[in-house]
Design a protein around this ligand. Structure first.
Ligand code: PMP
Length: 301
């Protein structure tokens, strides 16, 4: 698991730094007020081409820039330098036949209530096995995504994951792998680290970001894959009870890819999820460079 790995290098202060030297001060705003924003980027190993490619790197960069702006964290690094920083670390840590998970974080190293903020970009990178996501059991959490005027889900801030963490603790005690968070109107917002998608009458449906979810890059990709596969795709609010009548349910995200749900609360889902299995297989083939699709943008490093 990523959190148990201690890779020898991270990227920090504009250069490669040893794992043990990658520290922030106890009094930094990153720590005392949780002021940081981040991205999770997937690096895919292609066996045929013997290369590692980063998926949707520019889209992740743009969301990181938006998150930093919304948090008033100075972050003026041009895209090319961001790509260079990621590539520097990836080349150092990449090994054949393993995927990578890259986590760039912009954090407040200095500052006080938004005055005199000095930020830095830190990047950590972890190995991952190349394998299709397994089927998952999900519950519905009593914890909620707050309103946009509370803790905006659009900002991929570390603070947003407090709620996800509480939900996962709640879910583990009930035997679930992950939890769905509702919004203040009692409708589906998202998973703790992924978007929620359902299939009803042949149509793939996912809530739009105004329902209290992150602007997911994976859901955008899935929407465009659906177009080519001629599967209807819709963004609209999703009621909690629709989880009980959906034909298929999946969680989607950079790390999760497309995880098909086998159980939701007490409901066992059908053994097969033909529409999500089709999309998942197409996604998998494209990220491994076995097939091409305009929505799957890979940056070889
Ligand atoms: N919601 C949350 C809370 C997440 O952490 C993630 C993963 N980044 C997602 C949704 C899915 O976003 P993406 O597809 O861009 O990874």
């Amino acid at each position: 698991m990523a959190q148990l790995q201690r890779p020898p290098f991270v990227y920090m202060n504009g250069k490669l730094t040893g794992w043990d030297d990658a520290t922030v001060h106890i009094a930094s705003e990153a720590l005392i007020r949780g002021i940081s924003v981040f991205e999770g980027i997937k690096g895919y190993w292609s066996h045929d081409e013997q290369t590692l490619s980063l998926l949707a790197l520019r889209a992740h960069y743009e969301r990181l820039v938006n998150s930093a702006r919304l948090m008033h964290l100075p972050f003026a690094l041009p895209y090319e330098e961001f790509e260079h920083a990621c590539a520097l670390l990836v080349r150092k840590l990449c090994v054949p036949e393993k995927d990578l998970w890259i986590r760039p974080t912009v954090y407040a190293r200095e500052g006080h209530w938004g005055e005199g903020t000095v930020s830095d970009l830190a990047i950590t990178c972890y190995h991952q096995e190349k394998r299709l996501p397994g089927r998952i059991k999900i519950g519905v959490s009593t914890w909620q995504r707050p309103l946009d005027t509370g803790l905006p889900a659009r900002i991929k801030s570390a603070a947003n994951y407090q709620i996800g963490r509480l939900a996962r603790i709640e879910g583990r005690a009930q035997g679930f792998d992950d939890m769905v968070l509702l919004n203040p109107w009692g409708r589906i917002a998202e998973g703790t680290g992924s978007a929620v998608l359902i299939v009803r009458d042949g149509c793939v449906i996912s809530p739009p970001s105004y329902e209290g979810c992150l602007e997911s890059i994976t859901v955008c990709i899935i929407g465009r894959l659906c177009e080519t596969l001629e599967i209807p795709f819709e963004r609209r609010p999703v009621d909690r009870t629709e989880l009980q009548v959906a034909d298929e349910i999946a969680l989607a995200g950079t790390l999760m890819e497309l995880g098909i749900v086998s159980q939701v609360e007490q409901r066992e889902m059908p053994a097969r999820a033909p529409i999500f299995e089709r999309i998942r297989d197409e996604y998998w083939a494209c990220v491994r460079r076995e097939r091409e699709h305009a929505s799957i943008v890979l940056t070889a490093v």
